[in-house]
Write a protein that binds this ligand. Structure first.
Ligand code: MG
Length: 388
């Protein structure tokens, strides 16, 4: 991977937001990781609650804000694993910048094995040992916050799962998608490379095609946003890649993935400026609960696209307020349903943070975020090594 600075095109105005300059890449990295952590944290408070329980606790509109949580809410495995994905990529980029080629997926595997160690699961003796890195010294990441079974069991085999020799061959949980934003944050890569890195890393824990294809498409969405594309454009181009031959030879697009993502785009299609956002009940009925990979991505994409502000504004200050309002509205849709609220909101937060950069993140939410210095620390390291 090449990371020479200075080859990034000049920033263009954010589409639909002509008076705000496009965020620089460092702001997109910080926005993506912090935005995901905010969505994850708010959603984690109600991850296992159905919508009736959420309404009973927080009122008819559900959980809208950290202010409704007296004790706050920490981030969960979604953010933990996203940071470990970033660290695996960081290590590969550090080697590359030293002129040393590395097996990137092996760096990801080593990172995830170190994550497994944080969850109190012994790493099998057959697995390679790696000396601790900066991330491994962060005590807050050692909390166990409902980690996914396939992530744990796939890594605990001590075998490096691949597309052709998968661990957990039938697993299609959203544990692949929710950790895969960082693949889209590495500049100067072709979409084919982004997809392959993401899909190969997904195969370290999940063997079902829908799990790796959903992760790959999500990484492509982040990649397109980081490259300056608009929200809907990024989603459509990522889906187009899936339909249009980015897969390895002989592999077909998983029809559940295609159907869920098409439904998300169609349902959100006519909404900006009019129409009503789906009720939590209809959202789950149309797109699923988000426990499996393609449903989580579909719910998150819908939440983001269905809450786009009505009109572009000519005032920079108003544009910033609109970005923050968009973030709050999208996360509220992604949190308030009977499904996997922390993963769907984590993915939605990653998307909006990559699009707007840090300026969409509400200050009062950031003040409620657990260990922001750890998330900023990883974002800063990734930004530095990519020349952002
Ligand atoms: Mg979680």
């Amino acid at each position: 991977m090449s990371t020479e600075p200075g080859t990034t095109p000049a920033p263009a105005p954010t589409p639909g937001d002509p008076h705000s300059p496009a965020p620089n890449h460092g702001s997109r990295i910080h926005g993506c990781l912090l935005g995901g952590a905010l969505g994850d944290s708010l959603g984690y408070a109600v991850e296992f609650d159905d919508i009736s329980a959420i309404r009973a606790r927080f009122g008819p509109a559900g959980l809208q804000d950290f202010a409704a949580l007296d004790a706050g809410s920490p981030f969960s495995d979604d953010t933990q694993m996203t940071l470990y994905t970033a660290d695996g990529l960081l290590e590969a980029l550090e080697w590359a910048n030293d002129g040393v080629a590395s097996d990137i997926n092996a760096c990801l595997w080593l990172a995830y094995l170190r994550w497994l160690g944080t969850q109190g699961v012994s790493v099998p003796a057959s697995a390679p040992f790696q000396p601790p890195r900066w991330i491994d010294a962060q005590a807050v990441l050692k909390n166990r916050r409902s980690p996914g079974n396939a992530c744990l069991s796939g890594l605990a085999t001590g075998e490096m799962g691949t597309v052709m020799r998968p661990v957990n061959p039938d697993a299609k949980g959203c544990g692949t998608v929710m950790r895969s934003a960082p693949f889209g944050l590495i500049p100067h890569l072709e979409p084919e490379t982004v997809y392959k890195l993401s899909a190969d890393a997904a195969s370290l824990t999940h063997g079902h095609p829908a799990a790796r294809q959903s992760a790959g498409v999500f990484s492509l969405v982040i990649h397109a946003l980081s490259s300056g594309h608009g929200l809907r454009e990024a989603a459509e181009s990522a889906l187009g890649h899936l339909r249009g031959g980015i897969l390895r030879k002989g592999e077909d697009p998983d029809q559940d993935v295609v159907a869920r993502l098409e439904a998300a785009l169609r349902l959100a299609g006519d909404l900006p400026g009019g129409g009503n956002v789906l009720s939590p009940e209809d959202l789950v009925s149309e797109l699923g609960e988000g426990w499996v990979a393609e449903e989580a991505l579909a719910v998150a994409l819908y939440a983001v696209l269905a809450t786009v502000p009505e009109t572009a504004t000519a005032d920079a200050g108003t544009a910033e307020a609109d970005a923050r309002a968009h973030f709050r509205a999208a996360i509220a849709v992604a949190v308030n349903h009977s499904g996997d609220s922390d993963s769907t909101a984590s993915i939605a937060g990653n998307i909006l943070g990559a699009y707007y950069g840090e300026r969409c993140l509400p200050a009062d939410w950031l003040a409620a975020l657990e260990a922001p210095e750890v998330i900023r620390g990883m974002a800063s390291r990734l930004a530095a090594v990519t020349g952002a």
